[in-house]
Design a protein around this ligand. Structure first.
Ligand code: PHE
Ligand code: CO
Length: 295
């Protein structure tokens, strides 16, 4: 399949969606799959220092909150001392699960993104946020992509799920199911929680790379809900892109994600076209909140 996307088309789409705001990355020097060189030598000492601060702040938040698979893999990745060399981790990752890391300028077209995932390549943005974005960043940067996403790619089942998601994305593009499928990525890969013998833990990269949401998402009594993941329900649920999530879907195992997404989604997308979408803070009749909440 030709998965190259015209860069002009992509940038024009982004400009439309973001009211004219441009993407930050350098889209001049890339191949047809939006892959660039990391150019590690170009990072400044101030950027490495900012990385170390981000890393230390997040690391301190993880015990008792992040799932153990994430913590263990992160430690082995040895990425505390500065912005990592992708190539080094990529080799280790390939040895562990057959995934590689590819450097990208920033956000990339959906087709290109799905094609990378379907081929077990994870796109990681090369640039680092500015110091004033320490607590909050709009577009994913290298800290979010690398710190948040790469550790769980060392887990064989989770790694297989992400590949299957990429294949599912390519299929959803043809079936008109992209908005629905994107919600699953959001509520699992980015903002997912998992039940463990020790209690509920975080596996979603959007939470794990966030200064505030790691603690927030596990705190009882906020307006956010924890509910058990049901795939159809998740695909109907709108999400927040500019605030903490109002619903966190909780899984019991990564195997549940892999098995739950094995069936053909074609009839599901058809069914969903006849159903209403649900606001991010919905609680349907019969649904159980897993965390004490004030409502
Ligand atoms: N199995 C789904 C289909 O046939 C695709 C999919 C895979 C969706 C993984 C989500 C995650 O369309
Ligand atoms: Co992400």
């Amino acid at each position: 399949m030709d998965t190259s996307v015209s860069n002009e088309d992509f940038l024009a789409t982004v400009a439309t969606k973001s009211n004219g705001a441009a993407l930050r990355g350098d889209y001049e020097h890339m191949d047809a799959h939006y892959v660039v060189q990391q150019d590690w030598d170009a990072y400044t000492e101030a950027e490495h220092e900012l990385w170390r601060k981000l890393y230390q702040r997040q690391l301190a938040l993880l015990p008792g909150r992040a799932c153990q698979e994430f913590i263990d893999a992160l430690e082995k990745m040895d990425a505390a001392d500065g912005i990592p060399v992708f190539e080094k981790t990529s080799k280790e990752l390939f040895a562990a699960t057959g995934w590689t890391i590819v450097a990208v300028p920033g956000l990339i077209p959906e087709l290109t993104f799905f094609d990378h995932l379907a081929n077990r390549r994870f796109p990681v943005t090369v640039w680092l946020r500015k110091p004033e974005e320490f607590n909050y960043i709009v577009e994913p940067d290298v800290f979010h992509d690398f710190f948040g996403h790469v550790p769980l790619l060392f887990n064989p089942v989770f790694a297989d799920y992400i590949q299957r998601y990429g294949q599912g994305g390519l299929k959803a593009m043809k079936l008109g199911g992209l908005d629905e499928l994107a919600r699953l990525y959001w509520y699992t890969v980015e903002f997912g929680l998992i039940n463990t013998a020790e209690g509920v833990r975080i596996y979603g990269a959007g939470i794990l790379s966030s200064g505030g949401e790691v603690e927030y998402c596990l705190t009882p009594g906020t307006k956010s809900r924890h509910i058990r993941l049901d795939i159809e329900r998740c695909l109907r649920t709108l999400y927040k892109i500019d605030s903490y999530q109002e619903t966190y879907f909780v899984i019991d195992s990564f195997q549940q994600l892999f098995d739950g997404t094995a069936p053909d989604f074609t009839p599901l997308y058809e069914k969903l076209k006849t159903m209403d979408v649900l606001p991010a803070n919905t609680l349907l009749p019969g649904e159980v909140e897993l965390l004490p909440a004030p409502h």
